[in-house]
Design a protein around this ligand. Structure first.
Ligand SMILES: Cc1cc2nc3c(=O)[nH]c(=O)nc-3n(C[C@H](O)[C@H](O)[C@H](O)COP(=O)(O)OP(=O)(O)OC[C@H]3O[C@@H](n4cnc5c(N)ncnc54)[C@H](O)[C@@H]3O)c2cc1C
Length: 390
């Protein structure tokens, strides 16, 4: 098999990259270990920043998002006894959209099928070769058990945190940074109308809680739990009681509505960055190069921002102009580190630990964010997202 760009990973980064390349007449083949249905049904991110929405609209992927996505002006920040609304539109002139990653993925895959894009699912033994040459290749075993070699001009590693691409950068070349947080999120999806107009981020001495949503009938909730939490220890009643307490059920007459839980999982919290994001003819994008804890809603948006830079860089490279490709890693990493800092900042501000001094610092920070226009605008600018190419 031969193509111009071999894309490893059919998550949002990989399929969006194939879409942007196709729009410029560049061929690609996308490989994934999982089935199309499995990738499409993974419950993950749900908030799109302004620049992600602008990009999806610009490339013809915004039709259903425009119809079914829910534009939010901001978020609520709260701690016991107080709830404050931050209006991003007033603060920085930008907003966010509630539109699940499942929906983004569906739109991307539908568009890929419509243009006859090759998405090769259920592959195994993916391995990268000859990245230092201009004839790199990817070998894999296809769903029928047949070994295959995909030759390309360029390989795009969009294979998330467990794929082989980041490890294909030699040890002496790559540098990594990692932080594991001392807590995880227990996330649920529930068939119940949201009890709030916009997301509630709640600091509480029992631990952080987030009230998010997916639609007018489906809500998404998260609870801070200790690492190693077993879902079996969290029956439905314990989850709803924890959410009611932390989100302030009864406070100023606010009530939390409950419903049938349709999905539940425990998500560890991690920051990770690997650089450079390019090695020879291999380019990394999305979770393959960086992971953020989900508190700042940045993971999916960062994957989109990487690909928005990478696509024109690859189009130019294939036409013989190396400048954008040479600048890709440094340019992408500016935003990656900004979002890594913001995600760390939101996470450490909102997750309660045992140290009473740390708790007072967190509350002092929260009070400043909601009472100072500069503090509120800083959060708003980062949450609603910096322009592509920042
Ligand atoms: C469990 C989980 C929960 C999350 N929850 C949230 C959340 O609640 N809120 C939030 O904002 N963000 C969340 N995120 C982050 C967000 O979903 C990611 O940042 C986003 O999916 C990144 O997209 P991506 O395309 O880079 O990677 P991915 O979506 O991970 O896609 C990578 C693809 O590569 C494929 N792959 C892996 N190995 C190979 C291989 N050897 N060969 C071929 N293909 C391979 C995978 O099957 C996958 O389809 C979550 C992430 C995870 C992992």
């Amino acid at each position: 098999m031969r193509t111009q760009v071999a894309i490893i990973g059919a998550g949002p980064a990989g399929v969006l990259l194939s879409h942007l390349l196709a729009a410029e007449g560049v061929d690609s083949v996308v490989l994934d270990t999982r089935s199309e249905e499995y990738v499409a049904s993974r419950i993950r991110a749900g908030i799109l920043e302004q620049s992600t929405v602008d990009l999806l609209r610009d490339v013809g992927l915004g039709e259903r998002l425009g119809r079914e996505g829910d534009r939010h002006r901001g978020i609520h920040l709260q701690w016991p006894g107080e709830r404050h609304h931050l209006d991003f539109v007033d603060l920085v002139g930008r907003s966010v959209w509630v539109y699940g990653q499942t929906e983004v993925q569906k739109d991307l895959v539908d568009a890929a099928h419509a243009r006859g894009q090759q998405l090769v699912h259920e592959v195994s033994d993916t391995a990268l070769h000859d990245l230092a040459t201009d004839r790199p290749s990817v070998t894999f075993t296809d769903a029928d058990g047949v070994p295959q070699r995909l030759e390309a001009d360029v390989v795009a590693g969009c294979d998330g945190s467990f794929g082989p691409s980041r490890g294909a950068v030699p040890e002496g070349v790559r540098r990594t940074w990692a932080r594991t947080y001392p807590y995880s999120w227990l996330g649920i999806l529930a068939d119940v109308a949201p009890s709030t107009d916009e997301l509630i981020y709640a600091w509480h001495p029992d631990g952080f809680a987030l009230h998010s949503m997916r639609s007018s009938t489906v809500s998404r909730f998260y609870l801070q739990v200790p690492n190693g939490t077993d879902l079996a220890d969290w029956p439905d009643d314990r989850i709803w009681d924890g959410l009611a307490t932390r989100l302030g059920h009864g406070q100023d007459g606010w009530r939390l509505a409950t419903g049938a839980i349709t999905d539940r999982s425990v998500l560890p919290m991690r920051s990770f960055v690997q650089q450079p994001m390019r090695h020879g003819r291999l380019f990394l994008a999305g979770d393959a190069a960086h992971i953020v804890p989900p508190t700042g809603a940045k993971g999916l948006n960062l994957a989109v921002a990487d690909v928005a830079l990478l696509a024109p860089a690859l189009v130019a490279l294939l036409a013989g102009d190396h400048a954008l490709a040479d600048a890709y890693s440094a340019t992408a990493l500016r935003r990656v580190w900004r979002c890594t800092h913001f995600s760390w900042w939101m996470t450490t501000m909102l997750h309660a630990g045992d140290d009473p001094f740390d708790r007072e610092l967190q509350l002092a920070q929260l009070r400043w964010v909601v009472s100072s226009e500069a503090g509120a605008a800083g959060l708003a600018e980062n949450y609603a997202g910096l322009p592509i190419g920042f």
